[in-house]
Design a protein around this ligand. Structure first.
Ligand code: NIG
Ligand code: FE
Length: 408
């Protein structure tokens, strides 16, 4: 047996495994870590003595709950500038679609992201990432999509990788190749999709910058046949896909995502019944983004009850971006998922851990407290995990462990 590097005990464990009790909860738990992996997660009384005896470092906690580190499975964290002006315009009556059609929206962030150097982007993005990490996030998905041309998309993705290296955090990069049509391709959408599929995608992939591929299927963005073309190119390179689907209208996105066995379909306020069935068949996770729902003052709820009935797993993420979800807090996302979307606290917390991991194809690595998974976990000063969805603000982790290292 491996020598144990770290042993943590004296707290409850919310393992988020399917042990048959809520949260997979273990009251008097112990966690043993060797070489950055969990080697034991269970009742302290059941822990083999051989493990306890070899521990190099022992942390004795005085109550509280240990949870797996959060997995924020949908962010656009690397971008230039901000769009607070558009926020004010929306509050005065302009819609997100009006602003996009007038050349603002995503395209205004594209202009600011193109103008920023990689160093500037890194400096602007680091505090955003640090805010997420301070609340116990251990894995972050970061999308490109604010470059549109090869050089700027590559710049965004390299910055995303650099952020992960700088903070020792797992970053999953997503090439959001179809986000908006560049001005120079106005009226030539199909030509742009070919350029993305034939030129940009393979070049970014060859540099090892892509873990997954994403697209925005919407009336103001790209059409189903264009998304299919792009996804087929990604599939041919062995890359998994995910989709911004049915956010502002039903565009058949959930159905397409399910049919193409996408890892996830995200937003989904307007998803149709046929789409939900296709997602269930395709094993596609529904990623719910309450920050975007809130900031766009959306009134149509995603079909939560239908996802439950169909057995579609639900994840919850921040969607941190300057346009629709200026949100740097996983805890606020949890609270909003419960209050706005009526998820149970356990569903919301599973959504930010085990189901967030599934939405990234990383369930074999993170999202639960179980032997073999990465030792990414967080100790919270609460007596029950529900409290993390209930309090708005204030509660901060008392210990953060990533890769078996105590970070704070
Ligand atoms: O997840 N819907 C498309 N993408 C983002 C918003 C991007 C933006 O407005 O800058 C989203 O909501
Ligand atoms: Fe998004």
């Amino acid at each position: 047996m491996e020598p144990v590097d770290l042993l943590v005990h004296g707290a409850a464990l919310a393992t988020l495994t399917d042990s048959g009790v809520p949260y997979g909860l273990i009251d008097d738990g112990a966690l043993a870590v060797a070489k950055g992996r969990i080697v034991y997660a269970g009742a302290e009384s059941d822990m083999p003595l051989s493990l306890a005896g070899t521990a190099e470092q022992v942390v004795r906690l005085n109550g509280g709950v240990i949870l797996p580190a959060f997995v924020d499975c949908h962010t656009h964290l690397v971008f230039g500038g901000d769009r607070s002006r558009e926020f004010a315009m929306r509050l005065s009556g302009a819609t997100y679609e009006d602003i996009a059609k007038a050349g603002g929206g995503i395209r205004s962030t594209v202009r600011m992201t193109c103008a920023a150097s990689a160093e500037q982007l890194l400096a602007e993005s680091l505090p955003r990432m640090d805010a997420l990490l301070a609340e116990g996030v251990g894995t972050i998905e970061i999308k490109s999509g604010y470059g549109l041309d090869l050089d700027t998309e590559a710049k965004q993705l390299r910055v995303a990788r650099a952020l992960g290296t700088m903070r020792g955090v797992r970053v999953s990069t997503t090439y959001l190749g179809l986000h908006a049509l560049p001005e120079e391709y106005a009226g030539r959408s199909r030509a742009y999709v070919e350029h993305v599929a034939i030129d940009i995608l393979p070049a970014l992939h060859a540099e090892g910058l892509i873990d997954c591929v994403d697209a925005y299927l919407e009336k103001i963005a790209f059409a189903p046949d264009e998304v299919r073309r792009f996804f087929s190119a990604a599939r041919a390179l062995g890359l998994p896909v995910k989709l911004h689907a049915d956010q502002l209208s039903d565009g058949g996105g959930a159905r397409l995502a399910g049919q193409m066995k996408a890892l996830s379909a995200d937003h989904l306020e307007h998803a149709a019944d046929t789409g939900i069935e296709a997602m269930a068949r395709g094993g596609t996770v529904a990623v719910l983004l309450p920050g975007a729902y809130f900031s766009l003052r959306e009134t149509k709820l995603p079909p939560i009850e239908k996802f439950r009935a169909a057995g579609v797993p639900m994840a919850v993420a921040t969607d941190c971006n300057p346009g629709t979800s200026p949100l740097y807090s996983m805890r606020l996302a949890l609270a909003m998922a419960c209050v706005q979307f009526r998820l149970t606290p356990e569903e919301a917390i599973r959504g930010t851990t085990v189901n967030g991991a599934r939405a990234l194809g990383l369930a074999h690595e993170v999202g639960q407290l179980a032997p073999g998974l990465a030792a990414d976990f967080t100790h919270w000063p609460v007596s029950h995990p529900d409290a993390l969805c209930y309090w708005l603000g204030e509660i901060k982790p008392t210990m953060i462990v990533r890769g078996g290292q105590i970070c704070s």
